[in-house]
Design a protein around this ligand. Structure first.
Ligand SMILES: *[C@@H]1O[C@H](CO)[C@@H](O)[C@H](O)[C@H]1NC(C)=O
Ligand SMILES: *[C@@H]1O[C@H](CO)[C@@H](O)[C@H](O)[C@H]1NC(C)=O
Ligand SMILES: *[C@@H]1O[C@H](CO)[C@@H](O)[C@H](O)[C@H]1NC(C)=O
Ligand SMILES: *[C@@H]1O[C@H](CO)[C@@H](O)[C@H](O)[C@H]1NC(C)=O
Ligand SMILES: *[C@@H]1O[C@H](CO)[C@@H](O)[C@H](O)[C@H]1NC(C)=O
Ligand SMILES: *[C@@H]1O[C@H](CO)[C@@H](O)[C@H](O)[C@H]1NC(C)=O
Ligand SMILES: *[C@@H]1O[C@H](CO)[C@@H](O)[C@H](O)[C@H]1NC(C)=O
Ligand SMILES: *[C@@H]1O[C@H](CO)[C@@H](O)[C@H](O)[C@H]1NC(C)=O
Ligand SMILES: *[C@@H]1O[C@H](CO)[C@@H](O)[C@H](O)[C@H]1NC(C)=O
Length: 479
């Protein structure tokens, strides 16, 4: 006959045999559990655990919240520079535990299958750690509402099937994992309460299922950096609460679906670096966009005039497409506009004059198009500007004098245009300038000596212009 393994005398058996109250029985158990946990997570930052000592009450331990019965309900130790391992066989004996939060630490080791015993958990965050091995099945954790495992360090096959009954999930973050390639997990399509879904960079492949349209509570949908193929399903237009939609760096094809226009709450939309085609007409209705990124696709047609009226737009990146026609005149003139990159398209017409109206713009990148007209004088006031890149267009006129001397400019590229007039003395104020590309224009006059005193200037390309005068002999002594 086999003898049962005796229980720890300090806790269960003692309180059972001495008929202590169940209450204090749980208490001493919980103290033991937490002190055991502590021994395994002694990190470089032990300050946070100094209160975890046997003569303190567990409910007074840093990071512990108890319920009204004084039993441990929450462990919140995210972002505490902890290192070590988590003893789930021990932790999951905490009978009332509904929140376990250890994100943003340096925990390691495998996540053991005993995690599945934490059946009351509503909130689990093990993300942003250095765990290893594959993730265990957690089919018992059906109360979960928040599940953050992104960038946990786990790999292998993720046990998607074990999540099938977690229909209370509100947030699910599983991105940034080197998992084995898998189709889009169908289990997720039943989590109709989800408002946060982060599945970027976790080896998804194949199409985005049409049933994604079931997740009508979604505010954030991130599927970037996978290997997703096929078209963006039109059902995405049913997700009318979406605030952010991230689809970049996949292999998506086809047009922006009809119905995308319904996403009028969308502020951030990024489908860059795919193989999308067709035009931007669905974007016309997304009037709350703050950031629109569709670079590196095969999108054609014109930039819709409506974009010129988007009152919140601060960042627009459409480079490397086949866009034609002019940019809207009032583009970027409403909010604290910061960034435009429309390089490598077939755009025509003038540079919109008011993108730096609020003096917040950092990057104006319009390389290699067919822009015409003069550089608007308004940019001479753009003190925040760091990169002014309009090379390889058909710009004419002179460079407004103030632009040469903008104090934060790092790069000026006006090469390959038909720009005339001088480089003015004001360039001496361009203290941050490292690169000046002005070759292949009709610039003239003498070079101001201030150029030679720019401390950080590393590249100066001026060939094929009509400059006159001499270059100082001392030139070879400058940096
Ligand atoms: C928790 O700590 C406070 C002082 O920080 C003390 O007054 C209180 O008695 C402690 N509670 C328990 C249950 O030990
Ligand atoms: C990743 O997980 C952390 C918690 O570890 C969470 O705060 C964060 O929001 C998650 N990131 C995304 C994009 O969901
Ligand atoms: C989900 O619930 C159903 C019905 O209770 C059950 O048959 C199934 O095994 C559960 N799935 C998992 C992964 O536990
Ligand atoms: C993708 O995930 C891996 C972890 O598997 C991480 O190291 C990497 O930084 C992530 N890439 C991006 C772009 O976030
Ligand atoms: C994407 O999937 C294709 C097969 O469909 C595969 O050949 C390719 O290696 C995958 N790329 C990545 C980055 O996983
Ligand atoms: C977009 O909204 C319209 C009007 O509310 C609706 O008829 C249409 O079905 C919606 N489209 C999608 C794809 O949800
Ligand atoms: C575009 O995606 C490919 C992989 O799909 C990646 O290698 C490349 O760096 C991405 N380009 C940009 C600009 O992000
Ligand atoms: C944009 O594409 C849609 C769908 O292909 C088409 O119906 C529409 O006429 C196009 N709009 C413009 C302005 O070319
Ligand atoms: C200038 O742009 C044209 C396309 O407009 C391109 O073919 C050419 O290679 C570009 N020249 C340089 C030097 O980049």
């Amino acid at each position: 006959m086999r003898v049962k393994k005796p229980m720890s005398p300090a806790s269960s058996s003692l309180c059972f045999f001495l008929s202590l109250s169940i209450f204090s029985c749980i208490k001493s158990d919980e103290l033991q559990i937490l002190l055991t946990l502590k021994t395994a997570i002694q990190g470089s930052n032990t300050d946070v655990l100094v209160s975890w000592v046997s003569n303190n009450h567990v409910c007074n331990f840093t990071g512990i919240t108890c319920n009204s019965d004084d039993s441990v309900k929450e462990i919140e130790l995210s972002n505490q520079q902890l290192t070590g391992t988590l003893l789930f066989d021990s932790i999951c004996q905490l009978q009332s535990l509904d929140k376990l939060s250890f994100g943003f630490n340096s925990l390691y080791g495998t996540i053991s299958k005993e995690l599945n015993n934490c059946v009351k958990l509503q909130y689990l965050d093990l993300g942003n750690n250095g765990f290893s091995g594959s993730f265990p099945r957690i089919s018992s954790l059906t109360e979960l509402r928040y599940l953050y495992l992104n960038n946990s360090g786990c790999s292998g096959v993720f046990p998607w099937a074990s999540l099938e009954n977690m229909t209370n999930l509100v947030s699910l973050s599983l991105g940034d994992h080197n998992f084995s390639p898998t189709p889009f997990p169908v289990q997720v399509l039943k989590f109709t309460k989800l408002n946060w879904l982060y599945l970027s960079n976790c080896s998804l492949q194949g199409p985005i299922p049409a049933e994604i349209g079931n997740l009508g509570e979604l505010i954030n949908l991130e599927l970037s950096g996978n290997n997703l193929t096929g078209e963006i399903p039109p059902e995405i237009g049913q997700l009318n609460k979406l605030w952010q939609l991230e689809l970049y760096q996949n292999r998506l094809t086809g047009k922006l679906p009809v119905g995308l226009r319904n996403l009028t709450n969308l502020q951030n939309f990024d489908a860059s670096n795919n193989s999308l085609e067709g035009n931007l007409s669905e974007v016309r209705f997304l009037t709350n966009l703050v950031s629109l990124q569709l670079f590196e696709n095969q999108i054609s047609g014109e930039v819709p005039a409506e974009l010129g009226q988007f009152k919140k737009l601060v960042s627009l990146s459409l480079y490397r497409n086949q866009l034609t026609g002019p940019l809207p005149k009032e583009l970027g003139s409403w909010a604290d506009f910061e960034f435009i990159d429309v390089s490598e398209n077939l755009l025509t017409g003038p540079i919109p004059p008011d993108m730096c109206k609020k003096v917040t713009m950092k990057d104006l990148l319009m390389l290699q198009n067919k822009f015409t007209g003069e550089i608007p004088a308004s940019y001479a006031n753009c003190l925040t500007l760091q990169r002014f890149i309009v090379g390889n267009n058909s710009l004419t006129g002179t460079v407004p004098a103030g632009i040469w001397g903008l104090p934060n400019l790092i790069i000026i590229d006006i090469q390959l245009n038909q720009i005339e007039g001088p480089i003015t003395k004001g360039i001496g104020n361009a203290k941050a300038l490292t690169h000046l590309y002005a070759g292949n224009n009709r610039l003239s006059g003498g070079l101001p000596e201030e150029i030679w005193y720019l401390k950080h200037l590393r590249v100066l390309k001026l060939k094929n212009n009509m400059f006159s005068g001499s270059i100082p002999e001392s030139l070879c002594s400058c940096n």
